[in-house]
Design a protein around this ligand. Structure first.
Ligand SMILES: Cc1cc2nc3c(=O)[nH]c(=O)nc-3n(C[C@H](O)[C@H](O)[C@H](O)COP(=O)(O)O)c2cc1C
Length: 365
């Protein structure tokens, strides 16, 4: 059996393989409430063999949405809307995860497919954003610096969102501390200019994230996995480097996190990134080496062979993919064929005749 298709048990949850769906915003909710679009979008990946399907960045408070069209989980109505989606994912043999998020100073922006770009004006349904310091993302509206009381409220909002997520049936919770959103803004010296206990040293800048991890862990108990997504570098002078983030990950592990989903960048517009196949793998490998914790890699991983090589070489424990699932919602079925896995153990019985179609990649096994 390949490593990619080996099951993985984390706490009381067993994932059937290690090829997972990375969270992807759909900008298609109404007042944060998900709908049929999200249902079909997420369930198709479970039919397509994913071990874990992580639902998009889901705001823990309305002001935490990247755009007015983002998903949320701040009321019972939100929980109820997620429930049938989670059930469909589970019925198809996969595990449902949710990414809990607050977009910080990058909130209240137009969705990528709106005609306008940048911040949504207050008069058009936008809102004043919040961040560690009153420093705007290049081209966006200036945020308000959060008070210590407001930080405590948002920690509690993550906790309540975690409870709602479990009530909706999610079995994996991922805390979004990457891509220049609120928790990442606190972590990085480029965006955190505070002089209180949430700013200054790395330990202080990490305090908010660690408080969130601790609150989420305490709320969900010991049985369910909690992940954290980090940007391992800011890809900009004076920003976070991978060893800083590894230190924060080690603290997060001690606070109850089980796995780190390692991405990069997203904090500042002047970042410089070299993008190519597997470009973020070395960052995952470094975090894994330093923390000894389960680590996932993401970023232009598009074939079973590439994914298997990353795992077999010990650079990561699991693979997250995003755009490849959009191109091929049955990515895991295809990858299984590529790696010579026994098809009936992977393919849904309803689809097995498709396996027998004369496709060289699939009939080789
Ligand atoms: C449509 C789309 C929406 C995304 N939304 C999120 C998100 O909600 N949360 C997140 O952490 N990353 C998000 N990402 C980033 C992906 O999860 C992933 O890290 C990135 O696309 C690199 O992986 P890939 O090369 O396999 O696409 C999004 C990416 C895409 C393409």
């Amino acid at each position: 059996m390949s490593q990619l298709f080996s099951p993985l048990a984390i706490r009381e949850v067993t994932l059937r393989n290690r090829l997972w769906v990375s969270p992807m915003c759909m900008y298609s909710a109404s007042d944060g409430i998900v709908n049929d679009w999200h249902h079909v979008h997420l369930a198709q990946f479970a039919s397509g063999g994913a071990g874990l399907v992580v639902a998009e960045a889901t705001a823990v408070v309305p002001e935490g949405r990247i755009s007015p069209d983002d998903a949320g989980i701040w009321s019972d109505a939100h929980t109820d809307a997620w429930r049938p989606i989670v059930r469909s994912i589970r019925d198809r043999g996969s595990v449902a995860g949710i990414q809990l998020a607050h977009a910080g100073r990058k909130a209240s922006t137009h969705s990528p497919f709106a005609d306008a770009q940048g911040s949504v004006p207050l008069a058009e349904g936008g809102w004043t954003t919040e961040a560690p310091s009153a420093v705007a993302y290049e081209g966006f509206a200036e945020p308000e610096a959060m008070s210590v009381e407001r930080i405590a409220e948002v920690v509690d909002a993550f906790r309540i969102a975690a409870r709602r997520s479990v009530d909706a049936g999610f079995e994996v919770l991922e805390i979004h501390a990457a891509h220049g959103y609120l928790l990442h803004e606190f972590l990085s010296p480029l965006t955190n200019q505070r002089d209180d206990e949430y700013g200054g040293s790395l330990e202080n800048r990490a305090r908010f994230t660690i408080e969130v991890v601790r609150a989420v862990r305490a709320e969900v108990g010991e049985d369910l996995p909690v992940f954290v997504r980090f940007s391992a570098t800011d890809s900009a002078p004076g920003g976070l480097e991978v060893d800083d983030v590894a230190q924060v990950a080690a603290w997060a592990r001690d606070a109850g996190a089980d796995l780190f989903d390692i991405s990069t960048s997203g904090l500042v517009a002047h970042q410089r990134i070299e993008v190519g196949p597997g470009y973020q793998v070395p960052f995952a490998a470094r975090i894994r080496e330093i923390t000894g914790a389960l680590t996932g890699s993401v970023g232009i991983i598009t074939s079973g062979a590439q994914a298997e090589e990353i795992l077999a070489s010990g650079q990561a424990d699991v693979i997250f993919a995003a755009r490849e699932w959009l191109r091929d919602p049955h990515f895991a079925l295809r990858a299984a064929g590529e790696l010579g896995e026994d098809p009936p153990s992977i393919w849904p019985p309803q689809y097995i005749r498709g396996y027998r179609a004369p496709s060289p990649a699939l009939t080789r096994a």
